[in-house]
Design a binder for this molecule. Structure first.
Ligand code: ZN
Length: 257
């Protein structure tokens, strides 16, 4: 159930191996190598252009037009993986006002879901540059939560534990976090990112588990400041608050728009 684990592919733990960087991800059992001269992976699973910060989720230009995300699958998945992928995609169509539909020739922008690279990662928000990658590599598709999580990045939503107000809800145990992974817990810029009035939710599918990027699996990277009795990283899919945030962001009043 450690769906959230897959999300953390960060570059924090980027150790140079061969020509690529070794990305440690809480979502995957093994770190994976990532190499691209123009792009980096931050927070474990967010693809960004080198030299730029994260995208602004409040910027309407980062929202998909018509609340519609055309997709193309350009990967080799087995039956189980394809089942989880389609379950994740269908959950948007069934529970949210975002429509994820097969790409046709008329679509100028779309996501390309593939596994030609290791790791689970996606760009944050709409790029308006034609095809944009949502990589769901080996080990990413064994539940609904991981495709939901990565597709929420594509919608423009960042991690819950990096919200601007997160210090009211979690205490980051910096001393327990690997030195080169600390950047994974950098808070988002409140001028660019909004919580849309949705209260912080430990159960969000966008929340990492509490040993993510710690020096040792027995050490926690953060602890809660409010009562919470659920296990972190066990998100199995959508929290209602994830859907509500997505709806406010895309100005929907229901899953019908
Ligand atoms: Zn993520």
């Amino acid at each position: 159930m450690n769906v959230v684990h897959v999300f953390l592919l960060i570059c924090v733990h980027c150790v140079v191996i061969g020509t690529g960087k070794l990305i440690h991800s809480p979502l995957l059992k093994e770190p994976f190598e990532y190499e691209d001269e123009n792009y980096d992976i931050i927070e474990g699973d967010i693809l960004v252009k080198k030299g730029l910060g994260r995208n602004a989720m409040t910027d309407p230009a980062k929202h998909w037009p018509d609340r519609t995300i055309p997709y193309e699958i350009n990967g080799t998945y087995n039956e189980d993986e394809m089942g989880w992928l389609m379950k994740g995609i269908n959950s948007y169509n069934e529970r949210t006002c975002i429509r994820i539909i097969p790409k046709t020739e008329e679509h100028e922008n779309w996501i390309v879901i593939g596994n030609d690279k290791p790791g689970c990662f996606a760009y944050l928000g709409f790029r308006n540059q034609g095809p944009q990658v949502v990589n769901l590599g080996h080990g990413c598709l064994w539940n609904e939560a991981t495709p939901v999580h990565e597709l929420l990045h594509a919608c423009g939503i960042d991690h819950e534990h990096n919200r601007a107000d997160r210090d009211e809800y979690v205490k980051i145990l910096w001393e327990n976090i690997q030195e080169d992974q600390k950047h994974n817990f950098k808070k988002v810029d409140p001028n660019l990112y909004s919580d849309y009035g949705i209260e912080y939710n430990y159960d969000s599918v966008m929340h990492y588990w509490d040993t993510a990027f710690s020096k040792d699996p027995s050490l926690k990277s953060f602890e809660t400041l409010k009562p919470y009795d659920g296990p972190f990283g066990d998100a199995i899919g959508w929290a209602d608050s994830d859907i509500e945030k997505l709806h406010r962001m895309y100005e929907c009043t229901s899953r019908f728009g």
